[in-house]
Design a binder for this molecule. Structure first.
Ligand SMILES: *Cc1c(COP(=O)(O)O)cnc(C)c1O
Length: 448
């Protein structure tokens, strides 16, 4: 059986070999029609914790973290918390020795709650509030990534006398990459970063170097998301190394760090080719090395910030089918979740792979559109996907690669309650984030 072979292969050579399609590396179909994740029956999980539920494979997350460390042993690997964060995840990232990117006071508070070391935190954001900057300095975050000119002085006044806050400058390298316009962040004419073209980047370098409370550790860029080839990263690296040389020539300082952001693509569909960390590492480090040599610069210490690539493939969502309805030429399969737990199809037209689990099915397939329960016709999970022709209410559906930007982007639209997060490790499932209850929603209602 194909998936058995995949599992034994992944077990054998620890990090690496995580390129086995959209399902987590420990996902297995069993002959009775069920499926297991990390050795635990998904039917049993649905029975015990209900649906919809996010299921995260801790083993798979840790393997992906280790694969990055193995590919780039001299770099800082900073997991981008916005992809998926809960206390358990922060703890896995901490114990794997990775750093953590946060971009809000909320993410920082969660990191603090598990004692995530401040020096391993990078604080991002294009509109950090003065209060958030204060909290970042107070907790002693290792790097603040400055995104605009006003926050240079705002941050500087918060640093206690005699101390220095390390900062990176987010530069717009004008490299366009990413699966959708909404997640292309490396070009001119979008809201992030300091423009080279307008001169803001040069002004920022000058201003930061003039602030005794700030230490300019290096440059940062993040060109987009769900990028599956290395060339855009190499192009960004070339632009950034040229800027490091330009800063040396202008100011006589050699900045020690270069942060190339995240955006590493994963497989959502069976034929997709994710960005391989080893391929990325080889291509990007040689590009940096060659350009630095040519410009007479020492190679900077590299930081990368994968989010989706660490958590995305490790998670699945379980839904229960509520209704199967034929309307016009389309068969709609409506489930007990939808755009409130996975807004990505309606936001970006993102595709997903799914499978009916929990029973033997007819081998005959028919094309269906899997939709959610929300009051929008755009509330789709996947259009025109093959499902067993005998799909009916009560069936369980597992959706692959929902470990990133699902839990973190979930809403309570229609006052539905957000799903729990179930973590799997060592053959057992445990609840790490409980299901939201209507009383949670009502507890915020403090007046009429
Ligand atoms: C979103 C983001 C990331 C992570 O992006 P992925 O596509 O999840 O890898 C990393 N760095 C910054 C600055 C980001 O905004």
């Amino acid at each position: 059986m194909r998936l058995v072979g995949r599992e034994s292969r992944t077990e054998r050579d620890q990090p690496g070999r995580l390129d086995a399609g959209p399902w987590p590396s420990t996902f297995l179909r069993t002959p009775d029609g069920d499926a297991t994740l990390g050795g635990v029956s998904l039917c049993a999980i649905a029975g015990r914790f209900g649906t919809p539920s996010y299921v995260m494979d801790e083993t798979d997350v840790r393997r992906r973290a280790r694969a990055y460390k193995a590919a780039l042993p001299d770099a800082t690997i900073a997991y981008a918390a916005k992809a998926f964060l809960c206390r358990a995840m922060a703890d896995w990232i901490r114990t794997e020795g990775l750093s953590l990117d946060v971009c809000s006071g909320g993410e920082l508070a969660l990191a603090r709650s598990v004692g995530f070391p401040g020096e391993r935190i990078i604080f991002h954001g294009n509109a950090k509030t003065p209060h958030e900057l204060h909290e970042a300095v107070e907790y002693g975050v290792g790097r603040v990534v400055l995104d605009n000119l006003p926050e240079i002085a705002r941050l500087a006044v918060l640093v206690p006398l005699g101390k220095r806050q390390k900062v990176l400058l987010r530069i717009v390298p004008d490299v366009l990459a990413g699966a959708h316009a909404a997640i292309r962040t490396g070009g001119e004419g979008q809201k992030f970063g300091l423009s080279l073209v307008s001169g803001d980047a040069a002004t920022a370098v000058h201003q930061v170097l003039g602030q005794p409370g700030l230490e300019l550790a290096g440059l940062h860029c993040h060109i987009g998301s769900q990028i599956t080839t290395v060339e855009p990263f190499q192009e960004a690296a070339r632009v950034m190394v040229r800027q490091l040389a330009h800063i040396r020539d202008t100011h006589g300082v050699v900045l020690p760090e270069l942060d190339l952001g995240g955006g590493h693509g994963i497989a959502y569909l069976p034929g997709d080719h994710p960005l391989d960390p080893r391929h990325y590492a080889a291509a990007v480090t040689s590009t940096i090395h060659d350009h630095c040599t040519a410009l007479g610069l020492p190679a900077p210490r590299l930081t990368i910030e994968p989010g989706r690539a660490v958590s995305g493939p490790a998670g699945i969502t379980l839904y229960r089918v509520i209704v199967v309805k034929r309307q016009g030429s389309t068969t709609f399969v409506a489930v007990d979740g939808g755009m409130s737990d996975n807004p990505r199809p309606s936001l970006y037209g993102a595709p997903y792979t799914m499978s009916l689990i929990g029973r033997r099915t007819t081998p005959i397939k028919r094309r269906v559109t899997v939709v959610g329960r929300h009051c929008e016709s755009g509330d789709v999970i996947a259009e025109n996907v093959p499902m067993p022709a005998d799909i009916h209410p009560g069936d369980l559906i597992a959706v692959a690669a929902t470990g990133a930007y699902n839990h973190s982007m979930a809403s309570t639209y229609n006052l539905t309650t957000r799903p729990p997060v179930i973590a799997i490790s060592e053959g057992t499932a445990r609840l790490v984030v409980r299901r939201e209850a209507p009383t949670d929603l009502l507890s915020r209602e403090v007046g009429l």
